[in-house]
Design a binder for this molecule. Structure first.
Ligand code: SAH
Ligand code: AVI
Length: 310
């Protein structure tokens, strides 16, 4: 099966269950990546600003832990915004390996980084990191691998999938390696819901853009005007539930398979889990990591965590 055929199968399977769902990785065509970048600048989206603040406040300590001549392997690099902070402060790096599913966007960002940091070996990898993929070998042999996973993208995976991903990172970190990860924390549900229902409507556009992506790349025939963005915090499961809700009874088609939607029926597009420090530590431990250091902001909205192999 070609990559596209496998993805189409995955999308059709997701829509065929009792709850219709599409993986959040399909948010990220080029437009989706641009919209996510806009989200990170929204006043309501506390995650990015808070994580950057934590990184800035603790940069010396973070750099000391990363050490010299490491290979920095970033999962879901997007615009590499926070990575630039690391690249600015790490004195020597063997390589920077950004991994992302959004190919055109990744290559454009990697080119920019190469221009800004000509001394760094930038080796972009277009891949779905939930499937097997190959990492490139840097020109200079790295002393160790640091897997970098900022933004709390881990929260977009359900427990078992998150655990599996952490295990992949454990493997990629290798014996002397470590994981530097951004983890969003549980807090006032009002603040969380606001972050996913911004007043400018960018998150709504980001959510709806998934349908356009599927129309263009997978031959679907969604009518975007017949869906509404919805994001609610499910306190029992400590996660935001992001959906596209049908505004009418309708039928759509993808991959020659027809699906019916009732008026008000939802397609689940994303979960965004929020953690306690203990909850994340125990999940990390199950994946073979020990949390060696946690940095948070003064309000404990977000955390950056340095995890070593057990
Ligand atoms: N790290 C950035 C971007 C986070 S957005 C930040 O902290 O701001 C999530 C990123 O992960 C996007 O760039 C998206 O394209 C990428 N992504 C999501 N699912 C992916 C998958 N399965 N494989 C590879 N990349 C993925
Ligand atoms: C990438 N990820 C961590 C974002 C989040 O906050 O869960 C994706 C997002 N979805 C809507 N807004 C942002």
């Amino acid at each position: 099966m070609t990559a596209n055929a496998a993805q189409l199968r995955e999308i059709v399977d997701g829509l065929s269950g009792e709850v219709k769902k599409i993986s959040p990785k399909y948010f990220y065509d080029e437009r989706g990546s641009q919209l996510f970048d806009e989200i990170t600048r929204l006043p309501e989206y506390y995650l990015t600003g808070t994580e950057i603040g934590i990184m800035r406040d603790n940069m010396d300590e973070i750099c000391a832990l990363v050490g010299e001549q490491a290979s920095l392997i970033e999962f879901g690099s997007g615009s590499s915004l926070k990575t630039r902070l690391l690249l600015d402060h790490l004195s020597e790096l063997a390589a920077y390996v950004p991994v992302d599913i959004s190919g055109d966007y990744l290559y454009a960002c990697a080119t920019q980084i190469r221009d800004e940091y000509p001394h760094i070996d930038v080796l972009p990898v277009v891949a779905d990191f939930t499937k097997h993929f190959q990492l490139p070998i840097p020109t200079v042999m790295p002393v160790r691998n640091i897997v970098y996973f900022p933004g709390s993208t881990i929260g977009n995976f359900e427990h078992d999938a998150a655990l599996e991903l952490l295990r992949v990172m454990h493997h990629e970190a290798g014996e002397d390696g470590a994981l530097l990860i951004g983890v969003d924390l549980q807090k006032d549900p009002y603040l969380i819901e606001r972050a996913y229902n911004d007043s400018a409507g960018v998150t709504a556009e980001f959510n709806l853009n998934m349908l356009q992506h599927l129309n263009r790349d997978f031959g679907a025939n969604f009518d975007m005007t017949r869906f509404t963005h919805s994001a609610n915090y499910d306190q029992d499961n400590s996660r935001v539930v992001i959906e596209l809700v049908s505004r009418a009874e309708q039928t759509f088609e993808i991959g020659n398979t027809e699906f019916d939607l009732a008026d008000g029926e939802a397609i689940l597009t994303e979960y965004s889990h929020k953690y306690t420090l203990d909850g994340f530590a125990s999940m990390a431990e199950q994946a073979g990591f020990s949390v060696a250091k946690v940095w948070t902001d003064t309000e404990c909205l977000f955390s950056v965590q340095y995890c070593v192999r057990l």
